[in-house]
Design a protein around this ligand. Structure first.
Ligand code: F6P
Length: 342
């Protein structure tokens, strides 16, 4: 059996750990061969491959990013995309593909398997933790650690100057990073995309925090939006590659807080720091287990399945189960956190 592997979408700490586990178990237990496809679906689309064997994955467990590179290429948006992939799989003697990615990458894998018979197995990946059917995705814990460390640091500088510190974290559609890091970091207000926020209410929290002689920390997910729709996205809300850019809510909110409360406010946008660097032990553990189970799914020829964490067990679910609906923050979980607001 010769297995192709690709990593698509935004990179994420733990991608290399998945591949290391796939290759180690595949070679040592099943005597499989591997080939790496570069830059997500661009690799099989253009036949761009790289060596993927035990030496290639050696030393990669703690390394962030992806040794294969990544892109957001979607073969369904390219001319003859599917047939080009099929031809390249034949050309490189590839029997099966392991696609490691988020909603878009896995959505392509699901369609290729279901509609065209391409033999794919999926591994879920996103720092946003918004894929359904799995309790956690690797990369999320690392992002929460980075954000929590930043919030801890911002508390001390905020208190020294008695300023409001607004921390913008990633999460376009789901507020998991904001909720987890906000709770872990003792934020005084957490704003998520799932629930439109009221700026006056945020200002009330800020003022009550000052009254208690503390400097407020507001954690806002990049996709959070105010109720009254006042916020105008920056002109560059789409970049030249057509990617959505929702940056701006943190800056906008700090200005509104200053205007409405008369208190000095600053913004820290954590951005890609949350996605870079070494995965946490939890993410290495989860990514490694996903890899070990993904290669077993190949052995069992369980095409169209994705490995997922449910409780403490790694299970297999149809890929489409994970991609058909975003996993957003449970309102009850958000309401728990509201006890600490203000
Ligand atoms: O989906 C992961 C993610 O990190 C989001 O949280 C973020 O909005 C987006 O990717 C950023 O994408 P890019 O790296 O293309 O700017």
């Amino acid at each position: 059996m010769r297995v192709g592997v690709l990593t698509g979408g935004g990179d994420c700490p733990g991608l290399n750990a998945v591949m290391r586990a796939v290759v180690r178990k595949g070679v040592q237990r099943y005597d499989y061969d591997f080939v790496g496809f570069r830059d997500g679906w661009r690799g099989p689309l253009e036949g761009d491959t790289t060596q993927l064997d035990i030496p290639a994955v050696r030393g990669t467990l703690p390394r962030g990013g992806t040794i294969l590179g990544s892109s957001r290429t979607n073969p369904f948006k390219e001319e003859n995309g599917v047939s080009r992939i099929q031809e390249n799989l034949v050309k490189h003697d590839v029997d099966a593909l392991i696609a490691i990615g988020g909603e878009d990458t896995l959505g392509v894998a699901a369609r290729l398997t279901d509609e065209f018979g391409v033999r794919c197995i999926g591994v879920p990946k996103t720092i946003d933790n918004d894929l359904s059917a799995t309790d956690y995705t690797f990369g999320f814990d690392t992002a929460v650690n980075v954000a929590t460390d930043a919030i801890d640091r911002l508390h001390t500088t905020a208190e020294s100057h008695m300023r409001v510190l607004v921390v913008e974290v990633m999460g376009r559609h789901a507020g998991w990073i904001a909720l987890h890091s906000g709770l872990a970091g003792g934020a005084n207000c957490i704003l998520i995309p799932e629930r439109r926020f009221d700026v006056d209410e945020v200002c009330r929290y800020v003022e009550s925090r000052f009254k208690a002689s503390y400097a407020p920390i507001v954690v806002v997910a990049e996709g959070a939006m105010p109720k009254d729709g006042e916020m105008v996205l920056k002109d560059d809300s789409h970049d030249s590659f057509g990617h959505v850019r929702l940056s701006g809510v943190g800056e906008w909110l700090a200005k509104e807080i200053e205007k409405r409360t008369g208190k000095e406010a600053r913004t820290t946008v954590l951005g890609h720091i949350q996605r870079g660097g070494t995965p946490t032990p939890f993410d290495r553990w989860l990514a490694t287990r996903f890899g070990l189970h993904a290669i077993d799914a190949v052995r069992d020829q369980d095409w169209g399945k994705m490995v997922a964490l449910q409780g403490t067990k790694i299970v297999r679910v149809p890929i489409s189960e994970a991609t058909s609906k975003l996993k957003t923050v449970d309102p009850e979980m958000y309401e728990e956190a509201e006890v600490f607001f203000g």
